[in-house]
Design a protein around this ligand. Structure first.
Ligand code: FMN
Length: 249
């Protein structure tokens, strides 16, 4: 299949009005995917899962990890800022330290729920830090691209939004590769930053536990375990403007 970046796959520059010739060389056909290709994309989206416990212990091949990172690096980013870095953590000792930081934060989180809900929370497994053979810490460098970044001028959070797009790309690519990913966010950011020596202006966006999986839940694990159900899409779609009289979610 021709690569999207393959210049031999471009249109004739002369046929593209109002676009300087050198730029027109980069315009390529953008037809819809074939039915099978579309089905594959939607299958990845629909069957992607957050994984906490189904990880196999065998390491992931380097070329596969590279493909996942290439997918992440193709994400959209504000002003093409590409604010992400990918810290690959394989050492058991480091993952153990991160797990301890998770554990402490998770105990604090547990106390924020009351009664039955707290007991239910305690039964949930919310990380695979020690079980998955690879962790990827995805960060956002808020200074990349200089003090004024195109498109980020009025919303500084767009650098983090961009990094989240990279996470999702990696997550979907992983699903297609038979690799499970679990996002862990229950920790004090400073605790992890000090373990990994991350500078102050760099934010941690995601800690991902990554490994081969043979089985996945067919719906979100939090739904399987009775914590929360998927909302009705119809209730989330508003025509033209915000509608106030929605049921409480
Ligand atoms: C920003 C973000 C943070 C998350 N943090 C955690 C976490 O700390 N622990 C956990 O078990 N799952 C975490 N998740 C996974 C969600 O619980 C999961 O996406 C949701 O329950 C839906 O399930 P699904 O991803 O399998 O569709 C996180 C997801 C996102 C997007």
């Amino acid at each position: 299949m021709p690569s999207f970046d393959d210049p031999s796959h471009s249109h004739n520059a002369a046929s593209v009005a109002d676009v300087p010739p050198k730029e027109a060389d980069h315009l390529i056909a953008a037809c819809a995917f074939s039915e099978a290709e579309r089905a594959a994309v939607y299958r990845a989206i629909e069957t992607r899962r957050d994984v906490r416990d189904q990880f196999r212990s065998d390491p992931l091949p380097d070329d596969l990890v590279r493909r996942l990172l290439e997918a992440a690096h193709r994400a959209p980013s504000v002003g093409f800022m590409q604010p992400w870095n990918f810290l690959l953590i394989r050492q058991q000792e480091t993952r153990e330290r991160v797990w301890k930081a998770f554990h402490q934060a998770n105990e604090e989180a547990c106390l924020m729920f009351e009664g039955d809900r707290r007991a239910q929370y305690q039964r949930l497994k919310l990380e695979g830090i020690r079980k998955a053979p690879l962790s990827i810490c995805i960060t956002c460098d808020t200074k990349r691209g200089g003090p004024v970044v195109l498109g980020r001028t009025h919303n500084p959070a767009t650098d983090v939004y961009s990094t989240v797009c990279a996470v999702q790309n990696l997550w979907l690519a992983a699903r297609a590769e038979g690799v499970g990913v679990g996002w862990v966010s229950i920790f004090h950011e400073d605790a992890i930053k000090s373990i990994l020596n991350i500078p102050e202006h760099v934010k941690i966006v995601a800690w991902l536990c990554v490994g081969y999986v043979d089985e996945l839940y067919d719906m979100p694990e939090l739904a399987v375990k009775g914590w929360r159900d998927r909302l009705s899409l119809d209730k989330l779609i508003f025509e033209e403007c915000w509608q106030d009289d929605q049921d409480a979610f």
